[in-house]
Design a protein around this ligand. Sequence first.
Ligand code: BTN
Length: 271
Amino acid sequence: MTSRGAEHSGQVGLPADVMDGLTRFRDRLGMFGRAFTWYSEIGSTNDAALLLAERGGEEGALVGADLQTAGRGRQGRVWSSPHGAGLYVSVILRPPKFLAGLLTIAAGVSLADGIREASGLTVDLKWPNDAYLGGRKVAGILAEAGTAEGGLTHVVLGLGINVSEASYPPEIAARATSLEREVGRPVDRGLVLATCLSALAVRYRQLMTDTPAVLTMWRSYSAAMLGRRVECTVGMRSVVGIAEDIDDAGALIVRSGGETIRVISGEVIWS
Ligand code: BTN
């Protein structure tokens, strides 16, 4: 298990815990076991992975960091990424276009599978991309697409997982938790990364061969969320309703009055 040599400032070899986890799971990592770039500090691993993908980086290549200074989440939010507190990684995928919209769903299932294997904890998934424990957010996924000449060339999947307790800004601390806080013991960051990547290898392949199985797993991890009240923005409209299900394309189905609404993007507030 090797990482690339230091080509940019801040680029380092894989940290020992990450190296150990990936080495133990090397037979299960599939395409995610081939190319690694690690930074002690970086703006955003998604930016670095998008650049790498544009320059021909192979499918499965991973960019990780110990600290992000400009980590970001969906809807332009900041993803607080203090040193040593979490996993901040991005992987390059080159999916067929018709599956690109389901990547976040498959990634959510993979995070849930991986976190369960590494810690014994079962997260609740909230559409489209959030993993919760005890009502607080523990992990998130940011999928960003790259195109050329109007066609999809790659998708970068960014995974942020809060592993250890950190001093987050107060507005984040009230809504966030970590694996260690929830399980009450130290959690091995390298093990969590390895289990999540090996789950992603399985679920990404399954998305191609048996998409309904991935959707079924997503529903089982989101059972506590479906049936709940949501507020969402659909185009220019604000809708309040009950989140009923996801459809075959991964859209959230919301029942509002007598109307059934498909939510494919944008802000969803769960009450
Ligand atoms: C969200 O919950 O809104 C998504 C959070 C995604 C955070 C990860 S951390 C690694 C990667 N780099 C980023 O800048 N963001 C993602």
